[in-house]
Ligand binder design. Structure first.
Ligand SMILES: O=P(O)(O)OC[C@@H](O)[C@H]1O[C@@H](OP(=O)(O)O)[C@@H](O)[C@@H](O)[C@@H]1O
Ligand SMILES: [Mg+2]
Ligand SMILES: [Zn+2]
Length: 185
């Protein structure tokens, strides 16, 4: 049976987005975010992180740097009782940088590629699932993949008028999102 998921943007939703984060010392969990993730798991949702990491294409850090930081983030979450069900990242940028990751792709949000992979691999019921992002491109990507509920939080980039219009709700942070959504039946 397919299951409901919460698709989480990383930078600006889980951790503070000071720009192209690649080191542990710069990775600061947003207040309450870990407990909010725990509550979402308790409510019956899969948790799936969907993140653009064009810092790789731009040559700011390597894919290995990203994987190491992700392992550390996973341990930090597991330590607090949160097991992620999936994490998908796009290392590309259409124009910036000069290596193999500088190319157009379908995975960079607002493209839906990462969502399509997650939905197939984790057997997700999009009609019962939510996207939590901080940018309109997060919502457009989720919408293109059929995710029913599009929401934004104010802990990341400034919310634009386009974002306000596309979102069914805008929450101060992941904490209020987690408190407000229903338990999976
Ligand atoms: O919010 P998610 O998807 O988890 O990750 C976004 C980050 O990888 C970076 O994405 C960049 O966008 P460009 O990739 O340069 O458009 C900028 O928004 C940076 O400030 C930000 O740190
Ligand atoms: Mg973000
Ligand atoms: Zn990509």
């Amino acid at each position: 049976m397919s299951t409901a998921a919460i698709f989480l943007d990383r930078d600006g939703v889980i951790n503070q987005d000071s720009g192209y984060i690649s080191k542990r010392d710069d990775f600061i969990f947003i207040e309450g975010a870990i407990d909010a993730m725990k509550l979402l798991k308790e409510k019956g949702y899969q948790l799936v992180v969907i993140t653009n990491q064009s810092g790789i294409a731009r040559g700011l850090f390597s894919e290995d740097d990203f994987i190491r930081l992700t392992e550390w983030m996973d341990w930090s979450l597991a330590d607090r009782g949160v097991d992620l069900d999936g994490l998908y990242f796009c290392p590309h940028h259409p124009t910036e940088g000069n290596g193999a990751n500088t190319k157009p792709c379908d995975c960079r949000k607002p493209g839906p590629g990462m969502f399509h992979d997650a939905i197939d691999e984790l057997d997700i019921d999009v009609s019962a699932s939510y996207m939590v992002g901080d940018k309109v491109s997060d919502l457009k990507a989720a919408q293109a993949a059929g995710v029913a509920h599009l929401t934004l939080v104010r802990t990341g980039k400034e919310i634009t008028a386009e974002g306000e219009a596309l979102a069914e709700a805008v929450y101060p942070s992941l904490v209020e999102f987690a408190q407000n959504i229903a338990t999976v039946v």
